[in-house]
Design a protein around this ligand. Sequence first.
Ligand SMILES: [Zn+2]
Length: 356
Amino acid sequence: MRLLAVTVAALLSMPAHAQATPEALAQQLQAAARAGNAAAYRGLLGGSGTFVTESANFAADLGRVAQPSVTYTLSDVKADAAQATARLTLTWQRVAGQTSRASFPVRLERRGEVWRYAGEDLRVLPAAPYALYALNDGTLPERAAALAPLLGQAATRVREVLAVEVPPAATVKVYPDMATLSASVNLTLQPVGGWNEPGEAIKLILSGAGAVEADTLRLLSHEFTHLSVSAAVQEGAGRRVPWWLHEGLADDVSRAYWTPQAVSARQERIRDYAASDWVPLAELADFPAVPENRWRYVYAQGLGMVEFLSARSVGAPLALARAFADTGDADRAARAVGFASFSALETQARTWLAAR
Ligand SMILES: [Zn+2]
């Protein structure tokens, strides 16, 4: 009994002493991530704005997939009484046997006696009415400042195609590369060039190579579509749009900025999948449940479905998204846009796409 009491006392007092320095905070983050302890990880977080949702989702991912080999290393720590900046280097095994690595500037904040992780160190850039941030690393903020006028252009494209508005409070965070972007989302995400989830910032990369303006408009209009569709159908807990439909809508808007080769490669893929390699859409609806080797089906079949629906009626794809959110049921959603069942919709779309 006495032993139990001592143990409980030790557990209760541990958090108050465990993060007395920035380095100790990094050790606690590492321990929670290694154990897959989402609650412990959340208890180490501070910050504000969209980081609150982003970091809660990062922790939830650790709860699903522990990272037993992850390392958290802080360097270049500059601290005053209330806050600190540092460079955080993460190494982990996203794929067994392969070490992933990301290194980026971060902010820490002191609350009472303990330090908390406040997320990436970002610099705010002028882009009213939108909130544009760049990772405060090297020349990235100077280069990302040039993206500000493109936000309005991408929003116009979304409005023209879908007749929905990009929420003026949209937050955009710019990263230097895919590895850093994905590490800010969670440790299981494969490297991606753009990202958005309800309540989170739009994240995109500025690679510095190639056709920067077209690449950025492609990423921005795609991610703005996710944000606008989510807002238009009031997506949230219990109100979800299937992942394949989200990506189909986003690629339908963004393809104005694709290369001609990318457009024709996608059309060919859609036709091939419709003809002989179709994955049931029900298996492509829930992002965390879709294995990486099926992502290409999500994008191809999703765009194909949007093309099929648009050919019948311009507003049908968004109407289907809204019906999914309203009903939470595929058959009822399909009936709302004029089909007998979801299976009837899927079969007719597949036949139409294969015959094009
Ligand atoms: Zn997307």
